[in-house]
Design a protein around this ligand. Structure first.
Ligand code: SF4
Length: 62
């Protein structure tokens, strides 16, 4: 199964796009509903996590 180490809690996302703009790996994207989502990844996108105003960006531990 494809895991998402960095993942978005869409119940908290307000669609500001800040996390996507900060993500140089293009792992995060805006979905068809205007909310952020993540492709399967093993990344720790800390900058995107820090810039999110609602705490919707989560990073799993190993
Ligand atoms: S920064 Fe947070 S609120 Fe803004 S689009 Fe990303 S996950 Fe959603």
């Amino acid at each position: 199964m494809d895991k998402k180490r960095t993942w978005i809690d869409q119940s908290l996302c307000i669609g500001c796009q800040a996390c996507v703009e900060m993500d140089e790996t293009e792992t995060l994207f805006m979905d068809e509903n205007g909310l952020a989502d993540a492709k399967p990844n093993k990344l720790q996108l800390v900058e995107s996590q820090m810039v999110c105003p609602t705490g919707a960006v989560n990073i799993d531990e190993d």
